[in-house]
Design a protein around this ligand. Structure first.
Ligand code: ADP
Ligand code: MG
Length: 238
């Protein structure tokens, strides 16, 4: 179970408000995509959910529990970034097991959990390699694997595919959708790519300047955009 509720969430940096009252419910196992132009607040909102950015006001609830001030490690989330930030001196296996080592899990359990995640992502044969010996797509899979080993209730993705070339992006998109089916986890996925949003989402959240413009299933937004901004962004014929 992992329902997520955002209630009147706001965030200011210094005197400047960048998240201006966001209300949103994400249901257990939903694949929700945040879209919107650069600078509209997608990453900030995701980081607030992850606990990496303090919430200025409003409430964040996970499974009904207020989590505004809890530690990131205690929220049952895992985040995958655009720049995957793998440790260059560690092998794939060590990179994937690192969070488990920090959590002081026994070595045998760590090895098993890493093996299982590696199998899901078809990385089993690459466990002893280092990041520089991997392709961009393989590195991104390791970053996703690092999230999977922690067995989170909620995955947060911040433009995870934007550094990959177009063909690989299509493959990874399908892979992530299969992963969502297989893990039955709640996923929140940030992108500025309309095609990713249309093909992956159960529900799209369109953001503009720190506010939600519209929330709905991809075809609802496509067929019934609330305004020109949403129409322009979701790619309905002009
Ligand atoms: P997006 O991910 O949609 O491109 P961001 O969430 O990164 O947008 O940024 C939203 C706004 O908040 C931008 O105007 C950005 O400059 C500002 N911002 C983000 N992080 C900080 C920060 N640490 N300090 C000050 N302003 C920030
Ligand atoms: Mg961003």
């Amino acid at each position: 179970m992992a329902d997520l509720e955002l209630k009147g969430l706001r965030k200011s940096f210094g005197g400047l408000e960048v998240i201006k009252g966001v209300d949103l419910t994400v249901r257990d196992r939903e694949f929700v995509v945040f879209v919107g132009p650069s600078g509209c607040g997608k990453s900030t909102l995701l980081r607030m959910i992850a606990g990496l950015e303090p919430i200025s006001s409003g409430n964040l609830l996970i499974d009904g529990q207020r989590e505004n001030d809890s530690e990131p490690m205690d929220r049952g989330l895992a985040m995958v970034f655009q720049s995957y930030a793998l440790y260059p001196h560690m092998t794939v296996e060590e990179n994937m097991g690192f969070a488990l080592r920090v959590a002081k899990l026994p070595k045998e359990d760590r090895a098993r959990m890493v093996r299982e995640a590696a199998e899901v992502l078809e990385l089993g044969h690459l466990l002893s390699r280092r990041p520089r010996e991997l392709s961009g797509g393989q590195r991104q899979r390791v970053a996703i694997g690092r999230a999977i080993v922690r067995n989170p209730k909620i995955f947060l993705f911040d433009e995870p595919l934007s550094n990959l070339d177009a063909a690989l992006r299509v493959n990874m998109r399908l892979e992530l959708m299969r992963l969502h089916q297989r893990l039955q986890a709640t996923m929140i996925y940030v992108t500025h790519d309309q095609t990713e949003a249309m093909t992956m989402a159960d529900k799209i959240v369109v953001l503009r300047d720190g506010r939600i413009e519209q929330v709905g299933a991809p075809m609802d937004l496509y067929n019934r955009p609330a305004n020109m901004f949403v129409a322009g962004f979701i790619g309905a014929p002009k």
